[in-house]
Design a protein around this ligand. Structure first.
Ligand code: ADP
Ligand code: ZN
Ligand code: ZN
Length: 743
């Protein structure tokens, strides 16, 4: 098909215009040069002033007759400006993840909005350090933990930004007011450049590195100065000094006039982490988070472009700050699922970081205690360079992890959610006044069916993922649509305890309340965190020891240090293990390792009890021994066998519509079209998505696998073309490359 004669052009990317493309004619002389993402010059407005624009689409029909349209003036080919580089990045996102150019541009460019100058509030200490100590003593005696947190912080820093105090230290307004009334602190508001942090947070100096740490810092520096920047993976247990490495690598880059981007999962963007960076880099840091208004975000981007900021810390969208001299992108906790966007374009921050680094000649440093199988695989294939840090640099002991076999519990007549071992330890901790976390992972679990007596799990014979129980007694595979009737008895051991797993956090809380009537419980799950700040409230209340037991879903295991927690119970490790998703064992391994890390952050070593029906499963076994390598070897063998990422690539295509039959028909048509056009293509489905209907919108899904990513891009392009030629379907289509979740 020849390309169209009309170009849709966005004039002057001044951010607010991104939404509105104008149509221009492409002159024959420029026909070969005009492509999506190319920067052009066009006459604009009544005076036909020449303006810069970006081609976002090329079409073969226009809404106006030709004589009402103007021609593109020229395609300048001089040096690529910063903006043009971002347009190229947007084009790359569009090509590799499947979305419109406008969606891609909106992803890389912040929206300009006129916002009033903001007032920035700070708390300032008004008393001497000696006086502060006496207040601390009083607070200690009164066990006023919230006050203590603030007082201790004031001991380290004379001035604290208000938002850090409230959001990260979890200190409530009444507590702050109390200290103001007592004359210990004063509140000040001043006009500032919205997102900047101007205060002096004190400073610290670089630690002298261990030989292992030094090797990382030196290699990255040498590779870069030798004109050969690479992607590195730093695999190191918590406390092994990864953050110190990040900071020293960044220092090296700043020293040669380069800039750095640090990605941290939003949930781990804690006060402690930020303070470490402030102390090392002071005013040169910019922080991005999801609570920034679009105006604040815009300011931050301006400051980056102006050279006022050298280091930006934030979640995945911080990747797009406009640094001219980018030297390095650091991605901490690189295995985190939140690095993949859930909106179109569904880009992965890791791959996008590597592309940005390629465009700018920068390095990429990934770090994790439990690296993603994807990244570890890329180290094995030589794409990334691997470094290991295997020693803890602080004295803290690793927790003691034990397994409770739930089959055994059933045999011994214990049908409670809590194993006897866990009950025993809970009694002990409650007596001592220490805190407990109970963790129930329900992520991606749509009622997998398992045998309580022997641990058998019903799986799809074609996909090797667990089947999900649907109403009407059917078990369904969400990859391929395979369906089977529910079993009456376990095919392995004959027991009648073969059931869909239903336990939720509410049931757990009920059980705990019945067994331990005196224990104060808190529950954190999707239901209790609907309000904007309820998440922070629950955490601070637990931090303030207003509860003995925190019961929750995966959101409780991440990023927070609870020094008084000495017992962690993982109630049903299998639940996440047999989610109908090929990444389930990986996620389970990571979660178990992380959950274990929650215990014993303070002085005393903690205890972790992992309850499971499958103690022999490789992922539980290796988590018990904290053996990443062992886990990886088994997991990658399985991925290779099944052609799952990273051994091959996978594209999921989601069709959703209020009209069920139309969505199904389009999915069928597309599947047929692909099979006709591409010989030997491996298409699975279409089948109903695991959540087959949301809000009366029906969802169908296709999966396609191929060894080469480029082939999947080709398939995607031909689907896009098909959709363009069949616009009458009232169905929304979303692409997801190497999906994190099965839909
Ligand atoms: P990670 O990011 O891997 O969890 P950190 O960088 O936070 O590890 O380091 C853990 C602790 O060890 C911190 O208290 C840090 O100050 C300390 N630490 C890190 N590197 C060194 C070093 N080279 N010498 C002494 N202490 C160190
Ligand atoms: Zn299947
Ligand atoms: Zn059985």
């Amino acid at each position: 098909m020849e390309k169209g004669r009309y170009a849709q052009i966005i004039i002057n990317i001044s951010h607010e215009n991104v939404d509105r493309p104008y149509t221009y004619l492409i002159p024959d002389s420029l026909y070969d040069l005009v492509e999506v993402g190319v920067s052009v010059e066009v006459p604009f407005g009544a005076g036909n002033k020449i303006r810069k624009g970006i081609v976002v689409d090329i079409v073969d029909k226009a809404d106006y007759p030709d004589d009402k349209l103007k021609y593109i003036e020229s395609v300048p080919t001089k040096d690529i400006s910063l903006n043009d580089q971002r347009i190229m990045l947007a084009a790359w996102l569009k090509k590799n993840y499947g979305c419109t150019m406008i969606q891609a541009l909106k992803t890389v460019l912040p929206v300009k909005a006129k916002v009033k100058e903001a007032l920035k509030k700070t708390l300032i200490r008004k008393v001497s350090l000696e006086e502060l100590d006496s207040y601390i003593e009083v607070a200690l005696r009164k066990k006023n933990v919230a006050q203590l947190r603030l007082l201790y912080s004031l001991k380290e820093d004379e001035e604290l930004p208000m938002n850090l105090v409230t959001d990260k230290l979890h200190i409530s307004r009444p507590t702050i007011n109390k200290l103001i009334d007592m004359g210990i602190i004063e509140e000040s508001a001043e006009r500032v450049f919205r997102s900047s942090i101007k205060k002096d947070y004190g400073s610290d100096t670089a630690l002298s590195l261990s030989p292992q740490q030094k090797a990382v810092v030196d290699t990255i520096k040498e590779d870069f100065s030798g004109g050969n920047p690479k992607t590195y993976l730093l695999h190191g247990i918590t406390g092994s000094g990864k953050t110190e490495v990040y900071m020293q690598v960044i220092s090296d880059f700043l020293n040669i006039g380069k800039k750095a981007i640090v990605l941290i999962p939003e949930i781990a963007l804690t006060y402690q982490t930020l303070m470490r960076f402030y102390k090392r880099f002071g005013n040169r840091i910019g922080v991005m988070n999801s609570t920034l208004t679009s105006g604040e975000k815009y300011d931050l981007f301006e400051q980056c472009a102006n050279g006022q900021i050298d280091v930006v810390i934030g979640p995945r969208s911080a990747l797009f700050v406009p640094f001219d001299d980018l030297g390095i992108i650091v991605i901490d906790e690189e295995h985190e699922g939140s690095y993949k966007s859930e909106q179109m374009p569904k880009y992965h921050a890791r791959e996008t970081a590597i592309e940005i680094a390629r465009m700018k000649g920068a390095s990429v440093l990934l770090g994790s205690a439990t690296p993603s199988v994807d990244s570890y695989y890329r180290c094995e294939t030589g794409e990334y360079k691997l470094f290991e840090l295997n020693k803890r640099l602080t004295g803290n002991q690793l927790p003691n992890v034990t397994i409770a076999d739930l089959r055994e519990e059933l045999r011994e007549g214990n049908r409670s959610i809590l194993s006897r071992r866990l009950q025993e330890l809970m009694t002990d901790r409650l007596e001592k006044g220490e805190q407990i976390m109970l963790f129930l992972n329900r992520r991606g679990v749509a009622g997998f069916v398992s045998c309580r007596a022997c641990g058998f799990v019903v799986k799809c014979p074609h996909c090797d993922v667990s089947l999900s129980l649907h109403s009407g007694g059917k078990m369904v595979c969400h990859y391929c649509g395979y369906t089977e009737a529910e079993y009456k008895n376990c095919p392995k051991c004959g027991s009648k305890y073969i059931l869909g797993f239903k336990a939720g956090t509410e049931q757990v809380e009920e059980t705990v309340r019945k067994m331990y009537p005196k224990a104060r419980t808190l529950r954190m799950d999707a239901d209790t965190t609907k309000d904007r700040d309820s998440y922070e409230k629950i955490l601070s209340s637990f931090l303030d020891k207003e509860a003995d037991v925190l019961i929750g879903t995966q959101m409780i295991v991440k990023g927070h240090d609870f020094k008084n927690v000495t017992l962690v119970g993982v109630l049903a490790a299998d639940m996440s293990l047999f989610a109908n998703d090929f990444r389930a064992p990986e996620r389970t391994f990571q979660l178990l390792t992380q959950a274990a890390g929650r215990a014993g952050r303070g002085e005393s070593a903690g205890e972790v009890v992992i309850q499971t029906y499958q103690p022999e499963h490789y992922c539980i076994n290796h988590a018990l021994n904290q053996d990443y390598k062992g886990f990886y070897e088994e997991e990658i063998g399985y991925r290779e066998l099944m052609d799952y990422p990273p051994a091959a690539h996978m594209l999921s295509v989601l069709f959703s519509s209020k009209n069920e039959s139309e969505a199904a028909r389009l999915a069928d048509n597309i599947s047929d079209m692909l099979k006709k056009r591409f010989d030997g293509i491996r298409v699975l489905g279409p089948s109903a998505a695991s959540i087959s209907k949301i809000n009366d919108v029906y969802r169908f899904v296709l999966y396609i696998k191929h060894a080469e990513y480029a082939s999947l891009v080709e398939y995607k392009d031909s689907m896009e073309e098909y959709l363009l030629n069949n616009k009458h379907f009232n169905v929304s289509v979303m692409f997801d490359f190497d999906p994190q979740n099965i839909i």
